[in-house]
Design a protein around this ligand. Sequence first.
Ligand SMILES: NC(=O)c1ccc[n+]([C@@H]2O[C@H](COP(=O)([O-])OP(=O)(O)OC[C@H]3O[C@@H](n4cnc5c(N)ncnc54)[C@H](O)[C@@H]3O)[C@@H](O)[C@H]2O)c1
Ligand SMILES: [Zn+2]
Length: 355
Amino acid sequence: VNSEKIRIRGPGFCYDVHVGRGLIGHVGQLARATVRGNQAAVITDSNVPRQLVDEAVASLAAADLQVTKIIVPAGENSKSFRAVERVCGEMPALDRTSVVVGIGGGVVGDLSGFVAAIFHRGIPHMQIPTTLLAMVDSAIGGKTGVNLATGKNLVGAVHHPSLVIADMEVLTTLPERELRQGMVEIVKHAIIRDAEMFALLSTSSLDFARDDKLIARNIRIKAAIVSSDDRDISGERALLNFGHTIGHGIERASDFRIPHGECVSLGIVAACQISIKHAGLPINQRDQVIDLLQKIGLPTRLQGGIARDRVLQAIARDKKFENGAVRFVVTPSIGQAYLSREVTMKDLENALAAL
Ligand SMILES: NC(=O)c1ccc[n+]([C@@H]2O[C@H](COP(=O)([O-])OP(=O)(O)OC[C@H]3O[C@@H](n4cnc5c(N)ncnc54)[C@H](O)[C@@H]3O)[C@@H](O)[C@H]2O)c1
Ligand SMILES: [Zn+2]
């Protein structure tokens, strides 16, 4: 085993994230440090490689945990109340000393975390993220929840995990397109917080998604932001929305046909455009962002018959406008970001027109 431990601490929570290789075979041992009881529910989905899940279950069993394995269908539809009800119903042996273990991507993380948040009014949650996005983004920060027919992530709870285990080896089976979903959030982290990482990404070869050091670096960035503002109060956490206002608009205008990461890639390009006007971002830095996204294989031009006015309508419905302006994250220079209150609908329209 070759791993690094990152401690995440904030008001009312403290937990470790283990990042490394060969950790799956040791999850039982690691779990024992935080779990009091002898029952565990493993929640995973039908696309997570069976071998990976079996290895984790065997390790938990070897640490004297009785495991109930629950497999939900892969896909966003499993982030639903129906799934929550089914999963809770399959955990009769669990009590407050038990642990819920999510093994999978963000869908499994959000569902299992929400189940842990509400089962017996809250029991410990362990995250074993198996997608790049889950490792660098969704497994960190404590946001859990499910979707409603009226919108995504509308119901949920802040429930921090008690342990996160990110084993890079599981990424070898992850399809390229799924890897890119995580890379977008890495580029986002670089733009809002880490100019040096941006330079590194821009000049290095593209296997960086399987680079332990880089994943640990991104976990630290997200951890630092959410630790200081885990309930979205100071506005610090809002910086993580960089590229997401327009990204979400595109996602909805495409009826969720375009994956989140690709929409956010477009949203990042548009946010850079707006940052030129409102934050003084140098034009050549916008171009560096576009080059990096293209190098990764992410879209930087709006195509595929997405109507720009539908995107604008989706944003208008979603966002509160105060005096004609929307809270919008801008970057004055790669590595920095802040919340501007000067961005108007017209700015969004112009940025979309240029996309
Ligand atoms: N809670 C948060 O803070 C937060 C942040 C960002 C995103 N999210 C949520 O995360 C979800 C998206 O997560 P995602 O991109 O990980 O998608 P996902 O969970 O749907 O996983 C993508 C696909 O990859 C499969 N898979 C997972 N691990 C694999 C592996 N090692 N090898 C092969 N296949 C594997 C999954 O079964 C699934 O089919 C969304 O619901 C989003 O709302 C939550
Ligand atoms: Zn995102």
